[in-house]
Design a protein around this ligand. Structure first.
Ligand SMILES: [Zn+2]
Length: 230
């Protein structure tokens, strides 16, 4: 849902967030994880951001800071939230999840990760998972699509595992074998991700449903078997 005007004020009571289940906070991290990679792809392709402009250097810097803050503070913030206390790390993650990710995606633009999320919603098995949880897996698929470096894939997969974000289809309740999902249903996901108005077309190269299908299966295998040890 898009509104014609930004909010006058975003008021966040960090004490309330600290007392909420940490799964909500971690789902926010998963959503924020996409911000930098999607903005980076949009910058490469000169794609339009959400209001229809072109990303500024400031937007990209905010998106990058969002990712760096996640890498630095997520585990510390999650344990603080589990203990129901507010710490500096929790404050930083709340800033990353809400402010840096919010401004970063709006001004930087969206690309494959969110389109993969939208595709995954075709499967009812994923409905019990939060937006950011599906987006996190979408980020891994996004990186496979652009053939990102193994180091970056390891960083992102390791990060997701460290905070408990899904890195495989199984983690999202999708059982390829027993649940009879098969090739056809994964192709449905891939086709939905490539719908005409999807942000996947903001990637700096042409993306087809076949490419997405291949990237989902590859991301699933990497997220299942990749060692996160350096
Ligand atoms: Zn999102």
């Amino acid at each position: 849902m898009f509104f014609g005007k930004n909010p006058e004020l975003v008021l966040v009571d960090t004490g309330i967030i600290a007392r909420a289940p940490s799964r909500f906070l971690v789902a926010g991290m998963g959503d924020a994880l996409a911000t930098y990679f999607e903005a980076r792809s949009c910058a490469k392709s000169c794609a339009k951001n959400i209001p229809g402009g072109i990303a500024t250097k400031a937007a990209l810097a905010i998106a990058k800071l969002c990712y760096e803050t996640l890498l630095e503070d997520s585990i510390k913030a999650k344990v603080a939230c589990d203990a129901k206390v507010v710490t500096g790390a929790l404050e930083n993650i709340i800033e990353a999840n809400i402010l840096l990710s919010g401004i970063g995606f709006e001004s930087g633009g969206l690309a494959a990760a969110h389109a993969i999320h939208n595709g995954l919603t075709v499967l009812s098995e994923t409905h019990r998972f939060y937006h950011g949880e599906k987006v996190a897996f979408g980020v891994i698929v996004h990186l496979v699509l652009e053939n990102a470096s193994m180091a970056e894939l390891n960083d992102v997969i390791g990060y997701c595992k460290s905070v408990g974000l899904p890195t495989s289809l199984k983690d999202l309740g999708i059982d390829l074998g027993a649940n009879n999902i098969g090739v056809a249903r994964l192709m449905e996901v891939a086709s939905a991700a490539c719908a005409k108005n999807e942000t996947i077309h903001n990637m700096p190269f042409k993306v087809t449903a076949r490419d997405v299908y291949a990237a989902i299966l590859t991301a699933n295998a990497l997220g299942t078997y990749c060692s996160t040890e350096k």
